[in-house]
Design a binder for this molecule. Sequence first.
Ligand code: NI
Length: 167
Amino acid sequence: MAVLPILTYPDPRLKQVSRPVERVDDAVRAFIADLEETMRAGPAAVGIAAPQVGRLLRIVIVDVSGARRANPDHHGRMVLVNPEIVEWEGLAVGREGCLSVPEYTGNVVRAERITVRALDERGEPREWRCTGYEARAVQHEVDHLDGILFLDRLVSRRTDLFRRRGR
Ligand code: NI
């Protein structure tokens, strides 16, 4: 396994649309292991998407279990290949950060509850119902696959963008 370099804003690769994974094979699983190690190596992160390490593939990992704001009904470690959010309910404003935008956090409106369909790391189709902070994390990571950063979803850069303290 390996910790991979993380692209940071405004790297143009973060703005690209990633392509679907055709087959979940051992090479894909090896990449997922590296992606997870990269996520866990950095400052407390609740998710990562493949394009953040320059691989334009539709793969994300989410794990909010270590987060103070984690909703009690979270799923722990989730590996989502070719994820599709198929249902959305409710709206909530919440603070987000991103490994690719290390200096800032921002307030973003997201759905409060979602249903996401994806392949797991064995290539099996699965469906998850996510709420709260986990739903937010999934939406944030799936956005990366379409070249969208939380910065693109701020209502106002003047009032909704915050510099991290101590950086
Ligand atoms: Ni991010």
